[in-house]
Design a binder for this molecule. Structure first.
Ligand code: FPP
Length: 241
């Protein structure tokens, strides 16, 4: 029996974040173009998402494309955009069967009309699903998300709907892309990098981090199990004693 099935539901994170890192290095090791690493990464995204849904993780956020990823060579960005289109079509069918609700977090207005239409369709068609919530972070950056939330706050203050004294942590959380969702308890970063890379900056203030020296396309359900066991063994104190 896998750890995901063994673990008591109460020992599972309510919200799991995954930074899907290491696709480029995975491809390089094999003498393949970076885009081949992204294809392998996208396949793994489907496998791991399905597994999370089956073991009963309520919220999963995956980092698919950051606000900084536009700086990559045009060829790589183009390959990623094609992948997103292909996988969102397939994911739509997949995730529907799994009762998964898909939400996109980030500024999706920067994508092509075709991709935006697909994003809207996935969100619309999965909106009634009652199983796991899957947040796909696309053109997402934690700082950009906070800037966006601050603008919304400023608009409310300017319009007289909110007084500056009423601005508290809840008022900020309510204006993030993840409004209404629990904060992530666990963030997994494969590929061995010890960085947050602008991922869920506000929300992960108290998240446990598990860094694993495995490139994302090689990351298996058994690796997720190990991370979940590690998380279950940690003693979270939220700044207390
Ligand atoms: C980081 O690895 C990965 C990305 C920038 C892309 C992640 C995207 C996917 C896995 C596709 C997901 C698909 C959907 C539909 C959500 P890297 O390229 O930075 O790797 P490196 O650090 O080894 O260079």
């Amino acid at each position: 029996m896998s750890a995901g099935q063994q673990l008591d539901k109460s020992a599972l994170p309510q919200h799991l974040g995954i930074i899907m890192d290491g696709n480029g290095r995975w491809a390089k090791k094999r003498g393949l173009p970076r885009s081949a690493g992204h294809t392998a990464g996208a396949n793994n995204f489907r496998t791991i998402t399905r597994y999370c849904s089956r073991i009963g993780i309520p919220y999963l956020t995956v980092y698919a494309f950051s606000t900084e990823n536009w700086r990559r060579p045009a060829e790589e960005v183009g390959a990623l955009m094609r992948l997103f289109k292909q996988y969102l079509e397939e994911a739509l069918r997949d995730f529907m069967d799994e009762n998964i609700r898909v939400i996109f977090i980030g500024d999706t207005s920067a994508f092509s009309p075709e991709l935006r239409e697909l994003i809207a369709r996935v969100e619309r068609e999965s909106s009634g699903k009652t199983g796991m919530v899957l947040n796909i972070a696309m053109n997402y950056g934690g700082r950009a998300e906070l800037v966006h939330a601050m603008r919304l706050l400023a608009e409310d203050v300017q319009a007289g709907r909110l007084s500056p004294e009423a601005i508290d942590e809840d008022a900020i959380s309510a204006r993030l892309y993840t409004a209404g969702q629990p904060d992530p308890d666990l963030v997994i970063r494969p590929s061995g990098e010890h960085r947050t890379s602008n991922f869920l900056l506000w929300q992960s203030a108290y998240a446990e981090y598990v860094v694993m020296d495995i490139l994302w396309p090689d990351f298996k359900t058994s690796d997720l199990d190990r991370a979940l066991l590690e998380y279950a063994s940690r003693n979270r104190r939220f700044g207390g004693v």
